[in-house]
Design a protein. Structure first.
Length: 315
């Protein structure tokens, strides 16, 4: 057996995805477990260690032990890249702030290199190696999920900031008089264009008698796609806020592409077309001509694929 593999781990608030992957992004063995987030950080970390152990044992069916390149981890939260410690995590992972992921994993699996980064950063690596950002040196990734995560690549390298917390793009404000966000800011993009943001808007419209449908984000998006006027009024706000934020990112980074992923992006081309139309109205012509807004291409496994890909990306 000659294939070289890495262990990838994608840690989220609802699930942890483990996999063995090669340098082409092919998965050989994988497992998904429910994150026992409410049990606390120690329990979640033990889940991570145990899952990596299972991947380590499973690797012998696919490759020789010396061909196991290392362990790559992507985690929700702000990650101190140099130390692999969680600098800050929101309440979806209670107590996760301060967890020394890299130190504890390396201690359990001595001899294997360990790399830990933010979950959207590793998705950006996956997109650059295998997906929509292949061949690009300057791009922005937006992950529209329960919240909104971001990553920015310039000259082929992730922009990290002081410790690794750069590109918290969901917390860029598009309304300085808007509602207070959990981050402390007002009017963050996340309050409008994430899954929870869409629910918030739907609840507000329902309370005002302006919306009579189900207030979960999937129902609102389906109503919009079906041409339902009340759902369309909600999505008009979503699209305006998100396109305003995208325009700001284009003006800030002058990227080749803005790549849109995450659950909300499953609305597909109708959403992308609406964002392109609105962002074009808000962006300087030269900037707009140089950028494209495209969907993420790697898919729902981008987190674990990108996590493993770190072992080759940084070699």
């Amino acid at each position: 057996m000659s294939v070289e593999l890495a262990i990838g781990v994608d840690i989220g608030g609802t699930k942890i995805h483990f996999a063995l992957a090669d340098d082409q992004g092919k998965l050989y063995h994988q497992e998904i477990v429910r994150t026992e987030a409410r049990e606390g950080a120690v329990v979640v970390l033990n889940q991570v260690l145990e899952g990596i152990g299972r991947m380590y044992e499973a690797a012998s069916a696919y490759t020789d032990r010396e061909k196991l390149r290392g362990i790559g981890i992507g985690s929700a939260g702000q990650i101190d890249f140099a130390t692999g410690r969680v600098a800050f995590a929101v309440d979806t992972l209670p107590g996760w702030t301060g967890t020394r992921i890299k130190e504890d994993v390396a201690g359990r699996f001595p001899g294997l290199p360990v790399i830990v980064d933010n979950d959207v950063n590793v998705q950006a690596i996956a997109e650059r190696r295998y997906g929509a950002a292949r061949g690009l040196n300057s791009f922005v990734c937006l992950a529209l999920g329960t919240g909104i995560g971001g990553a920015v690549v310039e000259n082929g390298q992730l922009i990290r900031g002081t410790f690794g917390g750069a590109a918290e793009l969901g917390h860029v404000s598009v309304n300085f008089n808007g509602p207070r966000c959990s981050c402390g800011n007002r009017g963050c993009i996340e309050l409008y264009a994430s899954g929870t943001g869409i629910v918030r808007l739907a609840d507000e419209h329902a309370a005002a008698g302006l919306y009579e449908g189900q207030t979960d984000s999937r129902s609102v998006i389906k109503g919009w796609l079906d041409g339902e006027p009340q759902a369309s009024a909600i999505m008009d706000v979503v699209i305006t806020a998100l396109s305003t934020g995208i325009s700001g990112l284009i003006h800030t980074f002058n990227p080749q592409a803005v790549i849109i992923g995450g659950g909300v992006s499953e609305a597909g081309e109708p959403l992308l077309s609406a964002l392109r139309r609105e962002a074009a109205l808000r962006t300087a012509p030269a900037m707009w001509e140089a950028v494209k807004i495209v969907p993420a291409a790697v898919g729902i496994q981008a987190g674990v694929i990108g996590a493993a890909a770190q072992l080759w990306h940084y070699s």
